[in-house]
Design a protein. Structure first.
Length: 292
């Protein structure tokens, strides 16, 4: 600040001299600082832009992963679908010249699937049998058959064909809905006896006790009685027993009106459709309870 006489002080002169001599350097420093600031801003912007691009790629990859079908429905369907029914060899029983029976073993190896309907027929080179329908419970095996097969159906060329299958999944037995629960009936044969033909009686007979050890009564029970001579099937009868009560037994007999040899081995297969509401009886109070 000038003194009272209008003159600059020594200090002011020194500052003015320093500013005059260092003005260019200060300007250069300020320019350099400005350049550094601009470089930092652009560098930061570049880094941000790179991070955006990298993040966008990862984000797009995540979106694609989310929208991609991660479930192989074909494999899932195969794992949950029922295993196809096993079809065994077919047997011709009886006199081919006068009419015979065709018999084929089938088995359902599924635990939670049953064949509500299985339609089949035998087809030969010249003729076919009429279609027939039955059922097949979980883990059940039994025989499909055609009785009195036409003689023009050559047993050598006759093949069984499954023309229709209606699979249904069995509900959990712990479910509250008892109408369609899987009820495994404890039905079996006891005291099985085979009586061969002799000179006095020209017929063979199988007798046994049909035992229902389950707590369910059935309107109908199908019984297949087969007679084996080693590995050769020589006879088959299929009968239907009505009104089988729970915890009961009944003596059953099956007769072949023709001569059969001694030493045959009977095989008895008992099946009750316990997955059909129409075949399970409602408990009746008018019937006495039979405990074995």
């Amino acid at each position: 600040m000038p003194d009272e006489f209008g003159q600059l002080t020594e200090k002011e002169l020194e500052v003015g001299y320093w500013w005059v001599t260092h003005r260019l350097k200060i300007k250069a420093v300020l320019i350099l600082v400005a350049i550094l600031v601009i470089v930092v801003i652009y560098l930061n912007a570049g880094i941000r832009f790179y991070q955006y691009l990298a993040g966008s790629t990862e984000h797009q990859a995540m979106l694609e992963e989310l929208t991609t079908n991660g479930v192989n429905y074909e494999v899932l369907h195969k794992s949950s679908a029922p295993v196809p029914v096993f079809i065994g060899n077919s047997f011709a029983v009886g006199d081919v010249a006068s009419g015979y029976d065709l018999v084929t073993l089938v088995e359902n190896s599924n635990n939670r699937w049953w064949l509500k309907e299985i339609e089949y027929q035998y087809i030969g080179s010249q003729t076919t049998t009429a279609p027939q329908i039955t059922y097949l419970l979980p883990n059940e095996k039994k025989y499909l058959f055609s009785f009195n097969t036409p003689v023009d159906l050559d047993p050598v060329s006759a093949k069984i064909f499954i023309t229709r299958q209606l699979w249904e999944k069995v509900k959990d037995t712990n479910q509250v809905d008892t109408k369609k629960q899987w009820i495994k009936p404890d039905l079996h044969a006891e005291n099985v006896n085979y009586q061969s033909s002799d000179i006095f009686f020209n017929e063979a007979k199988v007798t046994f006790d049909l035992v229902n050890d389950s707590s369910y009564s059935f309107w109908e029970v199908e019984v297949q009685i087969l007679l084996w001579q080693g590995n050769r099937l020589v006879g088959i009868n299929v009968i239907t027993i009505d009104d089988i009560q729970a915890t009961s037994q009944r003596t059953v007999s099956s007769i072949w009106p023709n001569a059969l040899p001694v030493g045959l081995r009977p095989e008895i297969i008992i099946s009750a459709n316990s997955l059909s509401e129409d075949n399970i009886q409602i408990p009746r109070k008018d019937l006495p309870t039979t405990i074995r």
